[in-house]
Design a protein around this ligand. Structure first.
Ligand code: GH3
Ligand code: MG
Length: 535
């Protein structure tokens, strides 16, 4: 970028910072700002920016004497700022390859302690539209497997701390159950290593260094197979009750029956209480056992005609055909009381679990499934709020939607970036289950000092790599030493092309990173992906 453009953008940043520091801004000042942008931009080769500035200026009355708030100004000139980014830094960003429809791109979990290999592969695979979660620390790989829900796992066999086989050993049951293809990669191509890989259930073995095109084709074949299996499966692999896909079909059947007979039926959402603690205290394998036993327990305690679905994680949905609300509620309460007395055994300790439940009677099946799920979910939320281990019916639940809070912290010293990212986040679609709360921070010190994010909520941190006073890496390091650091998901926005910084970020457990300059659309896609993983 030539020095005039740089200087021009620098001036805009300065102005924004000045405005952020005051309460209100006189109209004249906003007008003059647009006026000078319109004049300069075109001269230094930023015609687009100039044109936008002029349009915004013309829409204002020069002699108005109103006062602006900084948010109003930012909103008013947002297109202009976006255009500044796109014509400045953003112009240098190369657009990554085609993207699959949002949220449908295959998710690849890459586990390797060689950070330069991770970076290389992440870039190449993302270029073909896959979403890659790169993990340098095998310990973290095991825990994050549950959040990532990958479509394919690639594991390096030789890692410093944990052997790749140990990771495979740990994950293999889970991988097998969910038909998740696993590729082992290794510099060592000896017969022993290959045989051991296959014996342990790996679907493929590739020697390093490999030809990238061949690697991609081999992964693609595995992904195809997985997609095919997913299409025909209607059962959840872990608990052997129906999966989410079946719920849609089952509802459609009940819907058509309702059209004919107008018989009442009910829908309940059940969620294990404090299930995260079970995982944390006893490990994920015990967590899996609890899920399986819970599903069995439901099967035994409900009628054969009731339809049990694992909706996701530790959440189950039950459809009760030909059942009135009071009957469903009684059945659920009976289950709840029996389940809380059930004990689980782990080593020498025993523990028990409870669940909370929201239930609703479907009074009009011409409404879509989502409508009833939302009502039942609100009732479930109320059950949780009231102390858990209870059944709340949607009819008596007076609360409006009380979504879970997800915090989003933007930590960046550049006011243009702060403004743009804020805009991206606030325009993201919200599903009603999760409420976004956003705050921006000018630097790491301000972020660390804030207690806004230091509660129990999940927090997504969009973290600039290079900042004055406190570097992004130092902030990341701080986050990772916090007690419940897994609440935080961190996307590093690093502008240094420096390999060592990205490597360090990966070692410190950044959940994703993007190198500046990047296209805003791409940032938006990454933020969406990460939020999906968090909710
Ligand atoms: P609440 O009472 O509010 O529902 O708290 P919670 O801890 O049950 O809820 P939260 O949503 O915080 O945690 C759910 C955890 O379930 C997080 C996730 O790691 C875990 N989980 C999701 N799927 C699986 C799985 O298949 N197996 C195991 N073991 N854990 C899972
Ligand atoms: Mg729960």
């Amino acid at each position: 970028m030539d020095k005039y453009k740089q200087y021009f953008f620098q001036n805009i940043r300065k102005k924004l910072e000045e405005w952020e520091a005051v309460e209100t801004i006189p109209h004249q000042e906003v007008y003059r700002f647009l006026h000078s942008m319109a004049g300069t931009a075109a001269i230094i080769g930023l015609e687009d920016v100039g044109k936008k500035a002029r349009q915004l200026m013309d829409a204002l009355n020069e002699n108005d004497d109103k006062m602006w708030s900084v948010d109003d100004v930012k909103q008013y000139i947002f297109d202009l700022l976006e255009s500044c980014y796109e014509n400045g830094e953003g112009a240098l960003a190369s657009f990554r390859g085609k993207r699959a429809k949002q949220g449908e791109e295959p998710v690849i979990l890459l586990i390797d302690d060689d950070t330069s290999f991770l970076m290389y592969m992440k870039e190449k695979l993302e270029n073909i539209g896959w979403y890659v979660v790169a993990i340098a620390n095998p310990e973290k790989a095991i825990t994050s497997f549950y959040d990532v829900r990958p479509d394919c796992v690639v594991i390096d066999i030789h890692m410093k701390e944990t052997d790749g086989f140990a990771v495979l050993e740990f994950l293999k049951e889970k991988l097998k159950q969910q038909f998740i293809p696993t590729m082992m990669v290794s510099v060592d191509n000896s017969k022993d290593v290959r045989i051991k890989s296959y014996e342990m259930g790996a679907d493929d073995f590739i020697q390093k260094p490999f030809d990238l095109d061949e690697f991609i084709v081999r992964v693609k074949r595995q992904l195809e197979r997985k997609r095919h299996i997913d299409e025909v499966l209607l059962l959840d692999e872990l608990t052997h009750v129906y999966n989410r896909k079946y719920l849609k079909q089952a509802y459609a059947l009940l819907q058509s029956e309702w059209q004919r007979l107008k018989e009442p039926f009910c829908l309940a959402v059940l969620d294990l209480d404090h299930f995260k603690q079970v995982n944390d205290r006893h490990g994920h394998l015990v967590g899996d056992v609890v899920l399986r036993e819970f599903a069995n327990f439901l099967k035994q305690g409900l009628r054969v005609s009731d339809i049990i679905v694992r909706f996701g994680g530790e959440e189950f949905v039950v459809l009760f055909p030909k059942t009135q609300l009071s009957e469903a509620r009684d059945a659920l309460n009976r289950l709840r009381e029996t389940f809380m007395k059930h004990t689980f055994h782990e080593g020498n300790t025993t523990f028990s679990c409870t669940f909370s439940c929201g239930v609703v009677e479907i009074t009009d099946a011409s409404e879509p499934l989502e409508h009833w799920l939302r009502l039942a979910d609100n009732a479930l939320y109320e059950a949780k709020e009231n102390g858990r281990n209870q059944v709340v019916s949607a009819a008596s639940s007076q609360v409006a939607a009380h979504p879970k809070v997800m915090k989003i912290a933007v930590v960046d010293d550049d006011p243009i970036m702060r403004t743009i990212i804020t805009d991206i986040v606030t325009k993201l679609p919200c599903n009603g289950k999760v409420k976004h709360e956003l705050q921006t921070f000018k630097d790491g010190i301000e972020f660390i000092a804030s207690d806004w994010h230091q509660d129990e909520s999940a927090c997504l941190v969009l973290l600039d790599g290079v900042m004055p006073k406190m570097d992004g890496l130092e902030v990341l390091q701080w986050i990772r030493t916090q007690k419940r650091s897994d609440r935080y998901k961190v996307i590093m926005l690093t502008s240094r092309r420096s390999e060592s910084d990205i490597a360090r970020a990966l070692e410190l457990g950044a959940d994703d990173y993007m190198t500046k300059p990047f296209k805003l659309l791409e940032l938006e896609a990454r933020i969406c992906q990460m939020m999906k993983r968090m909710s």
